[in-house]
Design a protein around this ligand. Structure first.
Ligand SMILES: [Ca+2]
Length: 479
């Protein structure tokens, strides 16, 4: 089905076909046969994404030093997922998986490259827009440059403000940002020399882009308060400015850590996280103030594990918590991330779910809440039953798959409590698979592949089946 006919299909069949699914799950919709009534009950959806925030970076995931009182309160009032995975171990493919509901063996963008989303790629924003949602993205996109088919306004977003380019997003004092298709100059920020992409380290530093994003988010919910909206709030912190050497953890103020006896980059890292946390607190305050708290599902996650860039040192605060590895690893520390969800009256306060889930589950979850059919052929499974406290009705994944196209190429599979990791795939596509039992060994310390050849063979089969050939993302040197 081409894009046009898919749109027609959604328009003609959408709500009638899907309303049964939603009304069967949402207690307040039970017994409502009328599509219009189901539509009235549909929640606003806000997905907040942090950049390079680790599994151990939040108080609610065991962090002892960095303060995150608002996210900790979000957990107390909502749900925390113990076993949620990002789409990838770096930015672009992780965001592609989030937007398209496909894992990195199937999705169009499987690594950090300047490859735009195509017209035929169907995003969650596009589906929600078709369903009548007002859609917005604020922050970092990374899935298409200016004038390409991949810009947010051509991928289902009514409103867009932020960085298109991921390297541009390293510079937190940018000379410009994008508002829809318009380049907006940010007064008072200046690079030492003209640089068309906008990356580098600004010498004049008046406006911190994250602060603009936090303010834009408040404005977006305020001006769309009468509508049903989807906001994808893709914050850029606590990523590093890689162009700034050891001074890459840039933040306007090191408070509340300025007096600590820590290296400056670590103060910056902690201050960024606490700054983001307080902005999320302001957003919750705004939702309450304008009366949208009860009808808004807010989710929070991170696009990959913590980094070792720009002076960042993930061992300092144990940013991965008990997990092994960091960004660019397919060990748990690179891909297992915090996931929080809050929806007063629907999600039970203080709930903890160990349902294993991943970024590709977000699109079908939104489809279910919006009352539109989930497109065929995606990899995700709706999390709605888990969120609504009906774990017995939650469909589970047979397995999860990741492929990564840097550092000699890597593959990983999670299957139940088992985790398989294959390194150096380009050189040796049938090479050895490391096997870990996450139930007893969450830190992936003991490779037990020799003791379980049957499990290893099954994982090898999943790795083979999950990779669809791509001219842009060959796994081996030949194919
Ligand atoms: Ca990232």
């Amino acid at each position: 089905m081409d894009r046009h006919s898919r749109r027609q299909f959604l328009k003609t069949l959408g709500f009638a076909a899907a309303s049964a699914g939603v009304s069967s799950l949402l207690p307040s919709c039970a017994g409502m046969g009328k599509t219009a009534k189901v539509r009235e009950k549909r929640p606003n959806i806000i997905f907040i994404l942090a950049d390079d925030l680790g599994y151990g970076d939040l108080g609610c995931y065991g962090q002892k030093t960095i303060r995150t009182p608002n996210l900790d309160r979000m957990v107390a009032e909502g749900m925390r997922f113990t076993d949620h995975y990002a789409g990838s171990t770096v930015c672009a493919p992780s965001r592609c998986a989030l937007m398209t509901g496909l894992h990195t063996g199937h999705c169009w963008i499987r690594g950090n490259a300047l490859l735009p989303l195509r017209p035929e790629d169907v995003t969650v924003a596009e589906l929600l827009k078709e369903a009548g949602y007002t859609t917005g993205i604020i922050g970092k996109w990374g899935l298409g440059e200016a004038s390409s088919t991949g810009i947010p306004n051509k991928q289902g977003f009514d409103y867009w403000f932020g960085y298109l380019n991921q390297r541009h997003a390293h510079n937190y004092y940018p000379e410009f940002l994008w508002r829809n298709e318009e380049k907006v100059l940010i007064e008072g920020n200046k690079l030492p020399a003209p640089e068309p992409g906008g990356w580098g380290r600004s010498v004049e530093r008046a406006i911190y882009s994250h602060d603009l994003f936090a303010q834009e988010a408040l404005s977006f919910v305020e001006r769309n308060r009468e509508k049903t909206f989807f906001l994808y709030l893709a914050f850029t912190i606590p990523h590093a400015n890689n162009e700034a050497g050891q001074n890459g953890m840039e933040v306007p103020s090191l408070e509340p850590y300025a007096d600590k006896n820590w290296p400056n980059p670590q103060k910056g890292h902690a201050a960024m996280i606490t700054r983001m946390d307080s902005d999320i607190g302001r957003l919750f305050g705004k939702l309450k103030e304008i009366g949208l708290e009860q009808n808004t599902l807010v989710m929070f996650s991170s696009d990959n594990g913590p980094h070792k860039e720009g002076g960042g040192e993930p061992t300092f605060f144990r940013n991965s918590g008990p997990l092994r590895g960091y960004k660019r690893d397919l060990y748990e520390g690179g891909i297992r991330v915090p996931m929080l969800a809050r929806w007063p009256g629907k999600i039970k306060p203080g709930a903890v779910s160990n349902h294993v889930s991943a970024f590709w589950d977000f699109l079908p979850t939104c489809c279910e809440f919006a009352g539109v059919p989930t497109p065929q052929g995606i990899d995700g499974i709706s999390l709605a039953p888990t969120l609504l406290g009906l774990p017995d009705r939650q469909n589970k994944h047979e397995f999860f798959y990741w492929e990564f196209h840097e550092q000699g190429k890597k593959q990983a599979v999670r299957m139940g409590d088992w985790k398989g990791v294959r390194l150096n795939v380009a050189k040796n596509p049938d090479g050895p698979i490391e096997l870990y039992n996450l139930k007893d060994d969450i830190g992936e310390k003991n490779n037990v592949a020799d003791q379980h050849p049957g499990i290893v063979a099954k994982i090898a089969e999943y790795m083979k089946l999950s990779h669809t050939p791509s001219e842009h993302w060959p796994l081996t040197n030949k194919a």
